[in-house]
Design a protein around this ligand. Sequence first.
Ligand code: ATP
Length: 234
Amino acid sequence: MLEVRGIETFYGNIPALRGISIAVPAGGVVAILGANGAGKTTLMKTIAGVLRPRSGTVSFLGEEIAGLPSHRIVRRGISLVPEGRAILSRMTVRENLEMGAFTRSDAKAAGRDMDLVMERFPVLKERAGQLAGSLSGGEQQMLAIARALMSAPKLLLLDEPTLGLAPLVVADIFAIIREINATGTTILLVEQNVRQALKDSSYAYVFETGKIALSGPSRELLQEPRIKASYLGQ
Ligand code: ATP
């Protein structure tokens, strides 16, 4: 579904991605792992059209999307839940969700998706009229994910969705990710929670300073000595 080939992305003269190639099959969950500063967020922003790669290609459903503005990439079916959530804290939960549908031309379909999202996240339905800033961290993350679903994405990009959340809430977020995938949405997931990310994905890439240091089926990476030593504390 998504094929990234030989991507190089720079901040000024500093390379953050030095020739990254990844593939995400339709219906799958693919994980991106790696230390802080390895380039994971830069990859997500490059795919979503927030950053423009200096070279390389990004093909989505057979069409080249690298360099397109982000709203057009959203229309093609890719939605990013950014690191840090970026919800609009002085707007209500419902208003935040409406913002997620801004690229939709079919108001009826967007209305149906609002109902579906409210059903999937009962806590957001209960708090639809509250200011988003009054939600807990986990609820804000759910709102950020729900907002991304309002554009009816085929591919959902999740950048560190469990960062800073309590263990029980982390488990809730992973359950939501599995559910979203089970209903047919393909997922590319950046995670610090390596063990759970490998359990819930079929394939994973490990980034190191802008390059892929290691990749393979997630089940195999769980047994890989380098992963065990560096990320699983074994
Ligand atoms: P983290 O988990 O900390 O978000 P990451 O793997 O997502 O890490 P990136 O945020 O993609 O890493 O950063 C990759 C590199 O690019 C790092 O060296 C970082 O310092 C640098 N970088 C990121 N954003 C900028 C920016 N706006 N300007 C300059 N350099 C940046």
